[in-house]
Design a protein around this ligand. Structure first.
Ligand code: ADP
Length: 488
């Protein structure tokens, strides 16, 4: 928009009609004061200013405009009929004008000048805008970079202060920061600490570890520089994501050697104690069986029977402890052979009824098929499932054994009880070592190792297994084994 400032209405009229004819937007002011007021509200691209005005003349207006930040860049064309003198023209230019036209006006010249100045102003304005947004962008980037640096610095100070060996790596896995503890294990940032030859190898396995972009926990042994004394550490690598995109890895090596040694000592102790218990227990068991056989069918025989049941329980407990110790040493080995599942099932149920005379054990379903299994170990699993079902149920509730052949040719064995049940969030843990559902601890005693041993035995058999349960409504423990041939 162009502002015409003149105290004479006829001048304004003729000028604005020329400009409008060339499609310019025009605004007018009849005095210097009015012009100044208008410039405060409107952004003009050009001001055509009459020099000769009462009160405030054109030079004064131009001086005001050039002294104000928001108006100093507006081009001004002075119009004058009188001050053709060179000194007035010079004054016009020094007070902020860009051009000076002497009346009478030649409309063509005026339009040419207006067009040029208008275009120049628009270009300058566009340039200013671009410069401003560039400036803002640069500022934004500077700030973001500074924030990032501060964040990295903060993270590094935290990592430097912790007792673990700590490092960060780029999203691609290149280590880019290590704390001081690192240098006790590696001379340079680019080499990971030396691991035990039997453990994880960083050179071949590092990229594989990061592949899933998930937190990794890995136990491995590392040795200090110049030492062959490898100590157990827990390597934990945590991905750092921003808006779902992986930006960094933060890793730590925590010394867990003492815990590992303590667990090892405990396992060794358990193994030793159970081994020592086993021999006298076998002797006691033999003598009680002998006693049971020679006694007449009277009250004394009943006592011997009760002793036999308790010795049987003790025997299973000691066997579990021995199995645990074998598992820890990786020595729980047994052979799998083709066996008639139903024969094993029937004999196991018979034995279970014998040792649990007060319990109603219902058998449901038959299976005529051969599986590749270890009879002793599968029997151990079945006894464990049934014993638990009895242990965690009220005395008067039956325990049901369900068997069938599934559509995908597997033997399905399940034990269903109407006992205390297991809440869904606890179910995932029941096959873990030493895990006991807290609510059940008050109900019956136990060590929490029976199901763990079962899971290891079933794993060796390639079996599927699990639990279905609802708290307060009973549980169903099951396993399935592939059938190798129908009963032959
Ligand atoms: P425990 O010696 O404690 O019975 P297990 O390893 O056999 O050890 O079982 C682990 C835990 O699973 C038990 O402590 C108990 O909390 C839960 N559990 C196992 N079987 C049942 C069941 N049939 N009903 C309810 N809880 C069970």
């Amino acid at each position: 928009m162009i502002l015409i400032v003149d105290d004479r209405p006829e001048n304004i009229l003729s000028l604005s009609s020329i400009l409008k004819l060339h499609s310019f937007d025009v605004d007018t002011a009849s005095s210097g004061e009015e012009a100044l007021k208008k410039t405060l509200k409107t952004d003009y691209s050009l001001i055509i200013l009459d020099v000769q005005m009462p009160m405030m003349d054109g030079f004064e207006v131009a001086e005001f405009l050039s002294g104000n930040n928001s108006t100093r860049d507006i081009p001004i064309i002075f119009l004058s009929a009188v001050n053709t003198d060179k000194k007035f023209i010079t004054k016009g230019y020094t007070s902020g004008a860009i051009d000076y036209i002497i009346k009478p006006i030649d409309p063509d010249i005026l339009i040419l000048k207006v067009k040029t100045l208008h275009t120049l102003y628009e270009q300058k304005r566009a340039l200013n805008l671009a410069q401003q947004s560039l400036k803002a962008e640069v500022e934004f980037r500077k700030k973001a970079q500074q924030q990032l640096q501060e964040k990295a610095h903060e993270l590094n100070s935290i990592l430097a202060s912790i007792p673990q060996v700590a490092f960060t790596a780029t999203a691609e896995g290149v280590v880019d920061f290590v704390n001081d503890h690192w240098y006790a294990y590696s001379i340079v940032i680019s080499n990971f600490p030396q691991t035990h030859p039997d453990d994880f190898n960083f050179n071949t396995g590092w990229q594989q570890l990061l592949k899933e972009e998930k937190m990794v926990n890995k136990e491995l042994r590392i040795a200090r520089i110049g030492s062959n004394d490898y100590k157990y550490h827990l390597l934990r690598i945590v991905p750092v994501k921003e808006n779902g995109k992986l930006v960094k890895w933060v890793g730590t090596f925590t010394d867990i050697d003492e815990q590992k040694q303590a667990i090892k000592s405990k396992d060794e102790f358990l193994g030793m104690v159970s081994h020592e218990l086993k021999t006298p227990l076998t002797t006691i068991s033999g003598y009680v069986q002998l006693l049971d056989a020679v006694l007449e069918d009277n009250e004394n025989k009943e006592f011997a029977n009760k002793a036999l049941v308790q010795v049987g329980k003790l025997d299973r407990l000691v066997n579990d402890l021995l199995d645990m110790s074998s598992l820890e040493n990786g020595k729980l080995n047994f052979e799998l052979k083709p066996l008639q599942f139903e024969t094993l099932l029937n004999s196991t149920i018979e034995m279970l009824r014998l040792i649990n005379p007060g319990c109603n054990i219902i058998q449901n379903g038959t299976v005529s098929a051969t599986v590749n299994a270890n009879a002793f170990r599968i029997e151990q699993v079945m006894i464990n499932f049934v014993s638990n079902a009895i242990k965690y149920s009220p005395k008067d509730k039956p325990v049901e054994i369900l068997t069938k052949i599934t559509a995908d040719k597997r033997i399905y064995f399940a034990v269903k009880d109407q006992g205390i049940g297991i809440s869904s969030e606890r179910q995932a843990n029941v096959f873990n070592k030493f895990y006991r559902v807290p609510e059940s601890s008050g109900y019956a005693q136990g060590l929490g190792i029976g199901l763990y041993i079962c899971s290891q035995i079933l794993d060796i058999h390639g079996a599927d297994y699990g639990v279905e349960s609802e708290q307060g409504k009973g549980s169903l423990f099951y396993f399935t084994l592939p059938v190798i041939a129908p009963k032959g």
